[in-house]
Design a binder for this molecule. Structure first.
Ligand SMILES: *[C@@H]1O[C@H](CO)[C@@H](O)[C@H](O)[C@H]1NC(C)=O
Ligand SMILES: *[C@@H]1O[C@H](CO)[C@@H](O)[C@H](O)[C@H]1NC(C)=O
Ligand SMILES: *[C@@H]1O[C@H](CO)[C@@H](O)[C@H](O)[C@H]1NC(C)=O
Length: 734
């Protein structure tokens, strides 16, 4: 231990000794203090403590009085009283509660105000959104109107430029009436040299009058064939009961031009009916040899080639034989099979020699489902947001397709096709799905009329494409035909969906229910006429009647529950314009072969090889409505009525039979709802069984299975193409 440390320890020790001695001194002082002194100190304490307390309490009260803004007079004097203190505390608590309530009330009011403000902010912002949407909609509609105005201008320009007005039929020339000297009969020796121009009285057959004839009474010869032919002629639409104003006088002679005679010509009819290929040796005259191209049905061989015939026949392929058989069978069926077929063919051929068109195929005049006094309730609709997404084409003024433009060229230019391919020469149709298109220059030089080339001919991608119809044929519109039966609300919603659909000309609703539409129905204003027609009889065949109300070549047949989007419809229409003789539709179906039992089955499973498209959503030419209703064998329409089913199958059969082409399946998005698809399983089974039966029955009627398979689907050109950002697809989704 160092010296310093020793010194420190000593000092510490010394201090502790000092403290101890001080406490001891105080205690000893208290012990030795006098009692009087203690009492004195106590008195002083007793006086000074209350005084000090009084002072502090009055200080607190004064402070409290300031807070409460109110002083209590008693507080001072009763400062020490416990009762008054608790009352005071109570009042304080009440006070505090009051304050608390008032503050919380105020808070609640503030909260309510805040909510209100919040709500109005929300209202305003939703209103802003709404206005923005409205603005966008109006802008779109403005854009659309602009294009529509451009279209209207083009139409106006065309109307002004058109220097050859469409001809209407002039009033028919009147034949010379009254007593006139009969033409002297040609001398027997001259008869051979009598040409039509010399010997025929053309003044009775003006071009504008059509072909008509008067029928002499039949000599009572007892010839059954002659009388059947006579009857058939009388039932022809061109027969007139009075002799005064007819073009031709017809006398049926037993045994001369009767089917019996035709049959005697080798004949031929039996072979054709049996579906055999007739082989003719030598130049035999064949019936209707002018218009009918017998080379399609009969194998003619010159007699000297008889030794080579064996070799020739062995070169025929199956397809050749089938073509001969099919054509022969059709010639027989359409022109030779019955007295009526023969009468019609002979008359049409003769009218053609006189350069006269056959009688027109008239549309079906349907009554309106409303009476004259009835006022429909209408309701405005708006484009659904789905269809507002995309600009698909201008809304134009109604444009009917040209009708009966080729009254005199049809019987000349189209003779071959009408007799041999389309097998319908006896009627003049308002328009036909075949024929030539003009060369591309025609859109720009030359007739120019009616074409709407994309970007006035410069072409382009989606934007320009959506503004014009383009294509190889003049612009046109289509008619929606919708069959409905007791589903008024479904119909109303389906009609509403058609609002704003570009290129739509008109909607024809075929009202199949016996009762009239209820008068409380609110009909959506579609923007085009909605004509509700009724034909009295509830039949699915009504879907395909060639109504006079339909003024366009293109018909979109659509079920009231098939929700096609506008882009799908417009695309389908554009596809149809390039395939005018085909059925162009959305959902595909096919006919499958029953490998166990033989025979056909209808199949609606997914397939890469459909052979039908459902007519619940399909485009076809109005010509086929005529063919379905007037040309197709009646037994097929009867079967459709019997099952209340299969009308779509019948239409597929008809068009495939006539064109030997499968239908065209166009794209469809998954939004397509299956129309006519049955809801329950039992319905399902019955529905399918009927469809199996229909397919087998129809193919027996046609004598073969006309349906053909197709392995591709049509999408728009730039679908799935990667585009630079300044280019648009033809359609956004298809
Ligand atoms: C063509 O025939 C139809 C039907 O008969 C008729 O309405 C139309 O006026 C005719 N047109 C011309 C130019 O002859
Ligand atoms: C027309 O139809 C309406 C509704 O169907 C009916 O109330 C009215 O009596 C009919 N008027 C005539 C003249 O038939
Ligand atoms: C459709 O396909 C399903 C699944 O492959 C199959 O079970 C069914 O039998 C098919 N239906 C017909 C009618 O072929």
């Amino acid at each position: 231990m160092s010296l310093t440390e020793m010194a420190y320890t000593n000092e510490f020790h010394h201090q502790r000794t000092q403290d101890n001695s001080c406490v001891a001194r105080t205690i000893s002082y208290l012990i030795h203090m006098k009692l009087s002194t203690l009492v004195f100190i106590l008195i002083i304490l007793l006086i000074s403590i209350p005084l000090m307390m009084h002072y502090y309490v009055s200080q607190i009260l004064a402070h409290q009085g300031q807070v409460a803004q109110k002083s209590h007079p008693l507080v001072t004097s009763m400062s020490l009283h416990s009762d008054s203190s608790s009352a005071h505390m109570k009042s304080r608590i009440d006070e505090m509660n009051r304050i608390k309530n008032s503050v919380s009330n105020e808070l609640m009011q503030l909260e309510a105000k805040r909510n209100k403000l919040h709500q109005s902010i929300e209202t305003y912002s939703s209103r802003i959104d709404e206005l923005k949407q409205n603005l966008a909609r109006l802008q779109l509609e403005y854009e659309r109107l602009k294009y529509s105005v451009e279209q209207a201008r083009a139409t106006q320009r065309e109307a002004a430029e058109r220097d050859t007005p469409l001809l209407a039929m002039p009033r028919p020339l009147q034949p010379e009436l009254g007593p006139r000297a009969p033409l002297p009969p040609p001398a027997a020796a001259d008869a051979r040299h009598c040409s039509l121009a010399d010997c025929w009285d053309y003044s009775r057959c003006p071009l504008t009058g059509g072909f008509t004839f008067f029928l002499y009474r039949l000599e009572a010869s007892g010839d059954a064939d002659a009388s059947r032919l006579h009857e058939a002629l009388r039932s022809n639409a061109q027969w007139r009961p009075e002799a005064a104003r007819v073009c031709a006088f017809v006398l049926v002679l037993g045994g001369a031009t009767t089917p019996a005679e035709l049959r005697r010509q080798g004949e031929l009819a039996d072979a054709l009916r049996a579906g055999a290929v007739p082989v003719l040796l030598g130049e035999w005259p064949l019936p209707l040899d002018g218009p009918l191209d017998w080379r399609r049905a009969v194998l003619r061989v010159a007699e000297p080639r008889l030794p080579e015939l064996h070799y020739l026949l062995r070169t025929l392929t199956d397809a050749d034989i089938l073509s001969y058989r099919r054509n022969g069978r059709e010639f027989w069926e359409h022109y030779l099979s019955s007295a009526k077929a023969v009468a019609d063919a002979v008359l049409t051929q003769f009218a053609e020699r006189l350069e006269l068109p056959p009688p027109p195929a008239l549309g079906v005049k349907a009554g309106s489902a409303f009476n004259d006094t009835f006022q429909r309730l209408t309701v405005d609709v708006q484009l659904s947001s789905l269809d507002l997404d995309e600009y698909l084409g201008p809304i134009e003024s109604p444009l009917a397709s040209d009708r009966f433009q080729r009254n005199f060229t049809t019987p000349r230019l189209d003779t071959y096709a009408r007799w041999n391919l389309f097998l319908a020469p006896h009627r003049l149709y308002p328009a036909v799905p075949y024929g030539d298109v003009l060369p591309a220059e025609a859109k720009f030089v030359g007739p120019r009329l009616g074409f709407r080339p994309v970007a006035s001919g410069e072409g382009g991608s989606g934007k320009e494409f959506s503004e014009a119809l383009g294509g190889n044929s003049p612009h046109e519109q289509f008619t929606v035909v919708m069959l409905t039966y007791r589903r008024e609300q479904v119909l109303m919603s389906a009609l509403g969906h058609l609002y704003g659909l570009p290129y739509l000309n008109k909607v024809v609703v075929v009202w199949n229910a016996p009762e009239s539409p209820s008068d409380t129905l609110q009909w959506p204003s579609v923007g085009v006429p909605v004509e509700v027609v009724t034909v009295g009889k509830n039949s699915l065949n009504n879907r395909f009647l060639p109504f006079e109300n339909i003024e366009t070549d293109a018909i979109l047949s659509i079920d009231d529950d098939a929700h096609l989007r506008h882009d799908e419809i417009v695309f389908g229409f554009r596809v149809w314009r390039e395939q005018r003789d085909r059925l162009v539709g959305f959902p595909g179906r096919y006919n499958a072969w029953d490998t166990k039992h033989g025979g056909w089955h209808y199949n609606s499973n997914y397939s890469c090889e459909p052979s039908m498209v459902l007519t619940g959503a399909a485009f076809f030419h109005k010509y086929y409505a005529h063919m379905y209703s007037e040309w197709m064998p009646q037994v097929i329409r009867d079967k459709v009525d019997e099952y209340m089913n299969c009308e779509d199958i019948a239409m597929n059969f008809l068009i495939s039979h006539l064109t030997r082409q499968p239908p065209v399946k166009v794209t469809s998005r998954w939004t397509f709802r299956c129309p006519g698809c049955p809801m329950t399983l039992s319905e399902d089974e019955e529905h399918f069984t009927e469809r199996h039966k229909c397919i087998n029955f129809f193919s027996r009627v046609y004598g073969h299975m006309p349906l053909l398979n197709t392995q591709f689907r049509v999408d728009s050109v730039l679908f799935k193409t990667r585009l630079p950002p300044d280019k648009q697809k033809c359609f956004r989704f298809i």
